[in-house]
Design a protein around this ligand. Structure first.
Ligand code: TMP
Ligand code: ASP
Length: 239
């Protein structure tokens, strides 16, 4: 599929038009940002690693019946995806308390909650993706209660599948963020990357962090951790 004009240049990905108006190319960059562009760096080969990781995971989810925007990986850095109307809500699923939830509520990172936690955030860099709830989302016209119900059900299924996949790779899925969109035919699909940039994953044996917290918290060996995730997922999926 031929890559045409650049439609959007984001902090870690670019979107390109294709000859098919219903498909776009998403190109993963080596650029990494945290804390809303306060911290920026290039991590060598991150684009390729994230493209490979996300493609493997989206393929795996699709094979289990999850509807996604992903069509195929087209080169080392790029994916062909369906065009969707993006719902500007981030769904965060938490199996273990960490990050902003631990900080906001004064809880030690690593505590396992009594239930699975689903947070909603409004997608807005200017406002630093503020936490919202279902009623806010409906009040702002971002989604209907019915759509939110569909998003929660899909998130629960994705969490079960991802937790299982990562466990096969000896990795504990702590939390992750996903976004959804609607296709031209009105189908709700997962429309996001699934990479160590957008989740927390800890080595089951050592507890070591294998995700973007290594960059956020200056823990070092960011590239090596992402490489290890890609290699372990490949083995877990027999690729
Ligand atoms: P948090 O602890 O900052 O709320 O983040 C929870 C998880 O969601 C963590 O794995 C990082 C991910 N996340 C993103 O990928 N993008 C975002 O904009 C936010 C707020 C969280
Ligand atoms: N949206 C946040 C940021 O870009 C999430 C993160 O820290 O990864 O800073």
């Amino acid at each position: 599929m031929k890559q045409l004009e650049l439609l959007y240049d984001g902090s870690s990905k670019q979107l390109y038009a294709t000859e098919n108006p219903e498909q776009i190319i998403i190109r993963f960059k080596d650029d990494t940002t945290a804390f809303y562009n306060i911290k920026c760096a290039k991590i060598e080969n991150k684009g390729k690693m994230n493209c490979a990781i996300s493609s493997m995971i989206l393929d795996y989810l699709a094979s289990k019946g999850v509807k996604t925007h992903f069509v195929e990986q087209v080169d080392e850095n790029s994916q062909l995806c369906r065009v969707v109307r993006h719902i500007p809500i981030e769904v965060i699923v938490r199996n273990v308390i960490a990050g902003s939830m631990a900080k906001r509520l004064g809880i030690e990172e690593g505590r396992v909650p009594n239930n699975k936690i689903y947070d909603l955030c409004l997608r807005s860099d200017e406002l630093s993706d503020p936490l919202i709830n279902d009623h806010h989302a409906v009040a702002l016209g971002l989604a209907t209660y019915e759509e939110l119900g569909e998003m929660y059900a899909a998130s629960e299924r994705i969490n079960t599948l991802l937790t299982d996949l990562y466990a096969k790779a000896g990795i504990r899925l702590v939390d992750f963020k996903i976004e959804f969109g609607r296709t031209a035919s009105g189908e709700l699909v997962l429309a996001d990357e699934l990479t160590p940039d957008t989740c927390r994953i800890w080595d089951m044996a050592t507890g070591e962090r294998m995700d973007k917290d290594r960059f956020r918290r200056d823990l070092g060996r960011v590239r090596e951790a992402y490489e290890e995730v890609a290699n372990r997922l490949k083995s877990a999926l027999n690729k």
